[in-house]
Ligand binder design. Structure first.
Ligand code: 4AD
Ligand code: MG
Length: 457
């Protein structure tokens, strides 16, 4: 333990400054692995965790990760005391270390660079890190999700998720939308009463929001074009790979917009996201072995089919679907395998959709709505459409859906004071991440998934 203490630098010494002094009193830059090329031929200090390690007598090869990348650090026995070299030899997976060294270009190295170690400090020797390079079962990995996030595959997925979220914000911000956050505690059901999470709100009952849409409709009348972006909650009692209890949704809403406008906005968003990820997250897509040529083919315009046409395609493909029924996961998979880009299915029977959908004037039993089904069998990623703007009709629909009118008074008000046609949609971030990364299950698309049987960690 003596060696460990000797090599241990007080934490405070190097969180604050950007420069450190080496043992000879020279200043040294502290930086991240992603910036390593700037230090070719000079020294830099990196801080991170041991990803992997091997030794061959006089050399120790330490794979260091710091969240921005991975680099191989090579330590030569001749440059260290016996005690120091022994400590390097004892480094374990996920031990926290600071490493100083000279950066060398090496075309064979994964990131193109290696580091020749001149000094190091150990913060902690990790003992028995549970996730080893061998294969682990999903249940074990989910139990250790707080640690699993450090592995390169999970890291790549969450980097892509971050890029997708940033792209959504940029898309709407660049098009004159105002971000208006909507509440999480609500008195209203938006997407049906069967998937509500109820909670106490002092002496009242409240629900966790299923969608920010109803509030978006209010803010759209105030700002014209708005979006909200936040967590939404659904008590989905069926165990599927496409459903989480807590997921993030981006929802635009536009005053004076129609169903057609909303479809154009939706396909534009998806293309914008893909272009961004293909441009900025190539390395992560490669880690995931994602076939990018498939994503590159996703260009405008997306095919548009009616619900009627979709039912026809499904029946030809052997589905049991009857006209008037909602599509099951299997139906969505069939439909989305038929196209090389997302397909927009519009005008579903009103009876399978939410109470707020504007009826099609030509066939009032249809709703002016759209679901966007991602390709490669991924199914629904977006749901939206045009909203009822007439007071009387909305009141009727609330009653027909057996919803209490009192909590919706404010929502009805919007139809009394300058009502206009308006439309919008919601896109589930996790569904998009799963598709872009080509994942089997939504549980890997968010850092800490909330699934039917798991709320730990
Ligand atoms: O189709 P949904 O239910 O539509 C709405 O909530 C509308 N109020 C949105 C709007 O028009 N502003 O949900 C929208 C999207 C789905 O297409 C899907 O991507 C995602 O939210 N989603 C889920 N994602 C993960 N887990 C779940 N349980 C999800 N339920 C819906
Ligand atoms: Mg839907």
């Amino acid at each position: 333990m003596a060696a460990l203490t000797e090599n241990f630098v007080q934490f405070v010494e190097f969180v604050a400054p950007l420069f450190l002094t080496d043992p000879k009193g020279r200043f040294m830059a502290i930086d991240c692995i992603e910036n390593i090329s700037a230090y070719e031929g000079t020294e830099v200090t990196l801080r991170g965790w041991v990803y992997n390690k091997r030794s061959s007598g006089k050399l120790q090869f330490i794979l260091l990760r710091d969240g921005t990348g991975i680099i191989q650090c090579v330590a030569f026995k001749g440059n260290f005391t016996a005690e120091q070299f022994d400590l390097l030899d004892k480094l374990t997976q996920e031990s926290s270390v600071q490493v100083q060294g000279k950066v060398r270009k090496d075309s064979r190295a994964p990131g193109g660079y290696e580091m020749d170690v001149t000094g190091f400090q150990v913060f902690q020797l990790a003992e028995d890190y549970p996730i080893t390079p061998k294969e682990h079962g999903t249940a074990f990995l989910m139990e250790h999700r707080h640690l699993w996030l450090r592995s390169s595959r999970q890291h790549a997925i969450l980097k892509i998720r971050h890029e997708i979220i940033k792209a959504c914000r940029d898309y709407f911000d660049e098009r004159g939308f105002t971000l208006v956050d909507t509440p999480i505690f609500t008195p209203n059901a938006c997407e049906g009463t069967t998937t509500l999470f109820a909670t106490e709100y002092f002496d009242q009952k409240a629900y966790l929001t299923q969608s920010g849409q109803l509030y978006n409709e209010a803010t759209a009348a105030a700002f014209g074009k708005v979006y909200c972006f936040g967590p939404t909650f659904r008590a989905e009692k069926s165990k599927t790979r496409r459903h989480l209890m807590e997921f993030w949704m981006v929802e635009p809403e536009v005053a004076y917009a129609t169903l057609e406008d909303t479809m154009v906005l939706a396909e534009g968003l998806i293309c914008f996201i893909l272009e961004r990820v293909l441009k900025r997250r190539r390395a992560e897509l490669e880690v995931l072995e994602r076939e990018v040529s498939i994503l590159e083919k996703v260009v405008l315009p997306f095919p548009r089919i009616t619900y009627d046409e979709a039912v026809g395609i499904l029946r030809e493909s052997g589905s049991e679907i009857q006209w008037g029924g909602d599509f099951g996961g299997g139906d969505e998979t069939i439909l989305s395998q038929k196209f090389d880009r997302p397909v927009m299915v519009h005008r579903y029977p009103a009876q399978v959709k939410a109470f707020y959908m504007q009826p099609d004037p030509e066939r009032p039993n249809l709703a002016l709505c759209v679901d966007v089904l991602a390709s490669e069998g991924y199914g629904e990623i977006i749901g939206g459409g045009q909203r009822i703007h007439d007071y009387e009709l909305l009141l009727q629909r609330l009653q027909a859906h057996q919803l209490p009118t009192e909590p919706f008074q404010w929502y009805l008000d919007l139809r009394k004071y300058g009502t206009v046609p308006h439309a919008g949609f919601g896109m589930g971030i996790e569904r998009v991440v799963a598709w872009v990364c080509k994942l089997d299950h939504l549980r890997e698309t968010i850092a800490f998934p909330r699934t039917l049987y798991r709320i730990y960690p």
